[in-house]
Design a protein around this ligand. Sequence first.
Ligand SMILES: Nc1ncnc2c1ncn2[C@@H]1O[C@H](COP(=O)(O)OP(=O)(O)O)[C@@H](O)[C@H]1O
Ligand SMILES: [Mg+2]
Length: 410
Amino acid sequence: MPDSNIPSPPPDTGAKIVATFVIVAVVVLVIVGVASCFWKQCYPTTGSDATPIAPPKTGTPSSSGTFTYEELARATDGFSDRNFLGRGGFGSVHRGVLAGGQLVAVKMLAHGSSQGEREFRGEVEIISRIHHRHLVSLVGYCVSGDRRLLVYELVPNNTLKFHLRGDEGRPVLDWPSRFKIAVGAARGITYLHEDCSPRIIHRDIKSENILLDFNMDAKVADFGLARFFPDFVTHISTTRIGGTFGYLDPEYATSGILTAKSDVFSFGVILLELITGRLPVEPPRDSSMCLDLNLAIWAAPRLIRAMEDENYDELVSAELRGTYPLEQMSSMAACAAACVRPSSVQRPQMSQVVLALLGKIPLEDLRAEVISESSYEITVDSNSTVAESLPATLFPSHIRSHEFTTPASI
Ligand SMILES: Nc1ncnc2c1ncn2[C@@H]1O[C@H](COP(=O)(O)OP(=O)(O)O)[C@@H](O)[C@H]1O
Ligand SMILES: [Mg+2]
């Protein structure tokens, strides 16, 4: 909990903190850009490693069914263009109708790569354990020769990315929808981080992976990069950085150390997209504006000014001006500022973000700096799933990460 007795810093100290924050953010995010490009070249997301990985063990998704390729081909009308829903880094997705009438989305993974096999197994293992109204659910899967398919419930109204900027003549997403989507997605991620056992880090939170229904209820999708994260582990050391440029936590990108706070950073970028309507990385218009291309960097000084003046006009998308309740914009901006802090320990937990968005905790609580007790740090190499690699009996229940709160700059 925050310490309300801590005096506010004098104005020039505040300015120094702000300046330091902006400089640190700029430096770290530039490093991230370079590191991210480097990693993308060294570790492309679809590799061609020839070693085959065994299909998921029979019965892995206890609540999900298995399908034959023919059943899914029939359901999607031969994966026809008419049924095409979208494409991500790992495959294409088609709408389908199962024999019993259930509407589904079928993802066919690009086949023949061990990387794709890893994503497939990881996604089946993780998604078959989660049940939440703001997370997409798995209906089943298909393993047929070297084909791998995942069958999800259909989420019928496309993605947040599709709706956000009103491209191609679509109306711009209105404020009430934006706010509802922010709260829904935050609830889904909170469930992954705090209510699942073992806990789950998504690792690819972005507007393209937030699906919407016709009521603009959000469902977080795409668990291909997700990792288990048991209670007794404070962070995971990864040799392969996963995520998407613009959403990538600068600390994770430079250190390889993954915590749930990496998802918090990415969620902060989504909040910035909802507020500003800008892309996470804007294409350069001229060579002098290199640093402003990254949304988190562009927004940092503007967020501070807007929160001080209680005037968000400089920040918000032009179409939204005058259409939002000030309290909702204040809480969304404060959450965004806290989530994209360069240092992960200074970012809030997702449950705090949900409460702050809903006005159920004072925004000052987001100033709380959370510090992990380093003496209890336990690291796991993420090449294997954490749950498999560390038997719980090795770690007595009193060895857990502890968190403390102290004030931070914004
Ligand atoms: N359950 C679903 N319902 C509707 N559309 C979906 C569903 N799952 C995925 N899609 C569409 O397919 C796209 C790619 O799916 P995703 O799971 O993110 O694959 P990838 O792992 O390749 O990124 C999404 O951005 C979305 O447009
Ligand atoms: Mg995706």
